[in-house]
Design a protein around this ligand. Structure first.
Ligand code: HEM
Length: 440
């Protein structure tokens, strides 16, 4: 079992994704590590991932890194454990049923139309920034019924402050630091105050006039167990912040990587555009169309294979255990299990020419032939992404609206995509493309 030295640690902190890739290359798809007193197990085998995420999921909890986001996400769905998680997931599930989610489709289309209406032929833009603005607006509308984007903007700025401080929250002595009069502590407190003021303020307003705005917030405020109990205002606050964070960055990045790939593969872009024109004609896309655009769906599927927006899933072992399909290999309590989509999605045994962008590979037969966890951008098991249908709808509708009006071209000199694997996989220096208006 290799032990980590300080050089390994530095490499890990510099780029954890390259680091786990090197580990797999050196030690294979199942490898134990230690770093000081902490133990890690890298697993890049679909059957073993299924065992951790699904079959033996009760023996695992969220990783320390995710737990440290409790500092600002409280006990929302992403961070809650055990009975709290089961109850909250049950309460929130109706808000994500296809019928309910479908009601948000029109806003997604409208905002995508408005965003592209600002663009000019020949303009060079950072499409990652544009897509993030767009998904932020969508989340503001669907969560708080806020059309202006103003509420979303305030929440987003406060959250960025806290996300940038995220590595500090993981330090064992952070609780002491928090009491010192340091500039970052002041920034952090101001951000906390903004989040409370904005979100609890909106909740208080809703209580006053008791209206159902048809948004996720109303769903959360009205959700009830059979015994009539629901979520407290603080719980609703935690869920709202969790959905806000989980709901826009991943989707924004998925769209940005898709445009990056389409700019580099004009033949795929043309084929996708043909499909969209044939299916939609001159009409705006609707939720019903999302199932009638299989090639567009394959493009996005392939994009999330190459650039999974959630690039790794991690869990902590809650007890000394063994995986049923890996007998004789003890996993001590406290071991962090790392299961990176960024490695599994690129394995040659599942994908021919794994580094090549090839949407055509996603035939129904190919999908059926893949083991369940050879492709898992949305995770799996009881902690799988609750927003998967929401995300798919947004990805396809936004792509369809933009692709029928614009072609993306690579900028000259070519913009290099630099990946920054943080909580999500971000493009460090954006994604620059040149816009070409399509003349109908
Ligand atoms: C392309 C877009 C998205 C990707 C790739 C993605 C990916 C994921 C993944 C991998 C997980 C599981 C994490 C784990 O097992 O530790 C997750 C959980 C979650 N996602 Fe997403 N997500 C996306 C969009 C969304 C959207 C649009 C929402 C909400 C509107 C959302 C809300 C959540 C929540 C609340 C959880 C926690 C679920 C639980 O633990 O019960 N996600 N997501």
């Amino acid at each position: 079992m290799p032990g980590w030295n300080i050089a390994h640690l530095c490499r890990f902190l510099q780029n954890p994704m390259t680091f786990v890739r090197d580990v797999e290359r050196e030690c294979g798809p199942v490898a134990f590590f230690t770093c000081g007193v902490r133990r890690f197990l890298l697993i890049a085998e679909p059957e073993l991932i299924a065992q951790v995420l699904v079959k033996q999921s009760r023996q695992f909890e969220k990783s320390l890194a995710i737990k440290s986001t409790r500092r600002f996400l409280g006990n929302g769905l992403l961070t809650a454990e055990g009975a709290d998680h089961v109850r909250n997931r049950r309460l929130m599930q109706p808000a994500f049923h296809m019928q309910r989610v479908a009601a948000y489709g029109d806003s997604m289309v409208q905002y995508a139309e408005e965003a592209q209406a600002q663009w000019k032929d020949g303009q060079e833009i950072d499409i990652a920034e544009e897509m993030m603005k767009l998904t932020l607006r969508v989340v503001g509308k669907t969560l708080f019924n806020s059309d202006t984007g103003e509420v979303g903007e305030r929440v987003s700025q406060a959250m960025s402050v806290l996300m940038n401080l995220f590595p500090l929250f993981q330090l064992p002595f952070f609780p002491w630091l928090e009491h010192l009069p340091l500039p970052f502590v002041r920034r952090m407190r101001a951000a906390d105050a903004t989040l409370n003021e904005v979100v609890l303020g909106i909740i208080a307003e809703r209580h006053k006039d008791n209206r159902d705005e048809g948004d996720l917030l109303s769903m959360l405020l009205n959700s009830q167990e059979e015994d009539g109990t629901g979520l407290t205002d603080e719980q609703v606050r935690d869920e709202v912040l969790t959905l806000f964070l989980a709901g826009h960055e991943t989707t924004g990045n998925a769209l940005a990587y898709t445009w990056h790939l389409l700019a580099k593969h004009p033949e795929a872009a043309a084929k996708m555009r043909d499909e969209i024109s044939t299916v939609l004609g001159d009409a705006a896309p609707t939720i019903a169309d999302t199932r009638r655009l299989p090639y567009t769906e394959s493009v996005i599927t392939e994009s999330m294979r190459l650039y999974p927006p959630a690039w790794i899933i991690a869990r902590g072992a809650m007890e000394d255990l063994e995986l049923a399909n890996m007998p004789g290999v003890p996993i001590p309590r406290g071991t962090t299990i790392m299961m990176p989509q960024a490695l599994v999605h690129l394995q040659e045994r599942y994908y021919d020419d794994p580094l090549v962008f090839r949407p055509e590979r996603w035939t129904p037969e190919f999908r059926d032939s893949l083991p369940r966890f050879a492709y898992y951008p949305f995770g799996g098991g009881p902690r799988s992404c609750i927003g998967e249908s929401f995300a798919w709808m947004e990805l396809i509708l936004v792509t369809a609206v933009i692709a029928r009006k614009w072609k993306m071209e690579p900028v000259v000199p070519e913009h290099k995509l630099v990946l920054h694997p943080s909580v999500t996989l971000r493009p460090r220096t954006g994604v620059r493309v040149k816009l070409r208006r399509i003349v109908q």
